[in-house]
Design a protein around this ligand. Sequence first.
Ligand code: ZN
Ligand code: FE
Length: 256
Amino acid sequence: MLHVTPICAFTDNYIWVIHDQYYAVVVDPGDALPVLNFLLQQNLKLIAILNTHHHKDHTGGNAVLLGKYSVPIYGPAGEFIPTLTHRLREGDRIYLEELSLSFSVLDIPGHTAGHIAYFGENFLFCGDTLFACGCGRLFEGTAEQMYSSLQKLAELPDATLVYCGHEYTLDNIYFAREVEPNNQILNDLETSVMKLREQKNSSLPSTIEREKLSNPFLRCNQSEVIHSASHYLNKELSDPVSVFSAIRHWKNNFLR
Ligand code: ZN
Ligand code: FE
């Protein structure tokens, strides 16, 4: 039986641990200490590290973990991460034997130029590309790239569990409600996520289905999203990439 457990790091990062009762894989260990503590507490042996992109809050713990466990470190072929042992790109598959777990790799540039995602079982680890009700900032890519990366993720099965790199859900919902004030799902989502957060629980995972119904960045062809984006820029927008670009800019400057 596989479990996926979040380890909190820094202010709002999640380091995801995929494990059974013996073995563990960690995704995006920005910090080593909380991972080492977790492995010790749960009596788990680390068998691999997966990185989605090069940012320090996702890779900063690689070297220390590698010092304690001699494990493969998988990550994007298109980015410089000094500790990587296996460089992955779209179409590659990895097999983690101890957990009988395999992942396929998706190229999802936009937040960073070489950002990748891992999809396997019904799990998606998407780093800082797709967030619950939001998406990552465009640090190294274009709106076109990010838009098509998000579309690629939206094509995964509805029931796919979405594990994101940060706990941004509630803030994202506040913004999404500005964009789509008449999307009733956002109301319900706000209530349920608020409850989870009050009890210090993670709002994740989401699902692809939930994201398609609630995430404005996946809804750039919906009339209310088009209308709000056009209103924000004060010009008539029609193609989804322009709509995406407008709401991404809007979100950058959004304070509740
Ligand atoms: Zn990042
Ligand atoms: Fe991050």
